[in-house]
Design a protein around this ligand. Sequence first.
Ligand SMILES: [Fe+2]
Ligand SMILES: [Fe+2]
Length: 164
Amino acid sequence: MKIPTLNDLMVDVARDMLDAEKQLTKALPKMAKAAANPDLRRAFEKHLEETRGHAERMAEVLEALGHAARGKKCKAMEGLIEEGKEILEMEASPEVKDAALIAAAQKVEHYEIAGYGTLSTWAATLEIPRVKKILGDLLAEEKTTDALLTEIAESVVNVEAAAT
Ligand SMILES: [Fe+2]
Ligand SMILES: [Fe+2]
């Protein structure tokens, strides 16, 4: 694979993120369905809507960079989702399962935070303000979701899981 410039590298990582978001739009409904805690279920459902928007905005980013809005298989997300599937089949109390779902979801959010953090830094370095703005917004939404999951875990789910 030939990646001669930082711009090319940015396109490559953007294509990875587009694919990651698309994979997530298929995985999140299953996670929402598996969640026992209503707040957790709502958080997954809300993030599913956001995730659909993320895929659209990553398509915009690629087009702004002069490339087709085509993803490139994100093997990392494939692995994270594969591990998430194991939770769906786990024999555990609903509370412990919810704690496991949050752990899996936060790994996903951290992957996205790393991806968008890097991409938005590159967009700033390469002076592409329009792209930088989109990536900054995506980064902020992933961070908000991560914080919401922490809140649900610490305020309810972990406490209930510990009591089972
Ligand atoms: Fe996302
Ligand atoms: Fe996300």
